[in-house]
Ligand binder design. Sequence first.
Ligand code: SAM
Ligand code: SF4
Length: 329
Amino acid sequence: MIDPFGRHISYLRVSVTDRCDLRCVYCMAEDMTFLPKSEVLTLEELERLCGTFIDLGVRKLRLTGGEPLVRKNVMSLVRGLGARIGSGLEELTLTTNGTQLTKYADDLAAAGVRRINVSIDTLDAAAFKAATRWGELDKVLDGVFAAKAAGLHVKINAVALKGVNEHEFDRMLAWCGEHGFDLCLIETMPLGEISEDRTDQFLPLSLVRARLKQNWTLNESSHTTGGPARYYDVAETGTRLGFITPMTHNFCESCNRVRLTCTGTLYMCLGQEDAADLRAPLRDPALGEEGLRAAIADAIARKPKGHDFVIDRRRSAPAVARHMSVTGG
Ligand code: SAM
Ligand code: SF4
């Protein structure tokens, strides 16, 4: 799959559910309304659709959400997709909040998952509870260590939030180094109504990086995971530190990804509204596999050049109305 700007699309992110057992303040409102089950693809439909994408050239697939591990029977999908590793698919990964990892870490490893991203914004239990509204840090840390024990490589993702975790990054980097985890810091993006003002939370990572450089030797790394992060090797720990800066740095030129929601809607860009419905062709027996492939090809031909997130400090409305938990973070 090659888009109009010559970019090879080889990475599919799939939001397997819009539901979640946490309510992170920058991601969801506390009283979120979730999709009716009838609109959500079955796990069998998701597996078939992902299979078609793999046949068309997707090499890396990430399951996300919402919280992917709260979807009932999600392991059947993970096992089904894991079986495609080595026959088309090169890598199956997962982004999770970690609350269910003690239960699933071994099964994930057995299904062929080698790396996972776990979102932890702070290592302070009270601040963690405040940031996630409902989360218990200890439970998540138990999950992270279960993943490590199962042989999964863990990357910790933290959204940089002014006044929440901005003075904690040294400690987090040291903790990650101690346990062999990479750390990736992310700028907040203006996605979805959340009942709070995001411009108050926005913390530019250029500032964070400059502060960290005072205490750590950060050597620019050529490492890439096929994503938008810029990596540094941390000399003191032997682990990596990544920065994802959608607001201050344009990473669209090398974009290789598209995003599928749990209703079968394909978003060609996280920061744009245009989308293609794949549920109708998926469910139409008259169209068959060829019809589905044609719908995907049509969508890829519409992939835009890039997003245009801007921080407008006079406006608290989000740049894109749908939440990250819908499109899949
Ligand atoms: N529930 C899983 C988790 O938290 O890892 C997967 C889905 S979550 C939407 C994926 C990632 O998106 C998380 O790391 C989360 O912190 C991030 N995220 C959510 N809303 C965001 C926003 N408005 N700006 C930047 N990152 C966001
Ligand atoms: Fe749930 Fe992940 Fe959003 Fe937090 S960031 S509310 S864990 S989907």
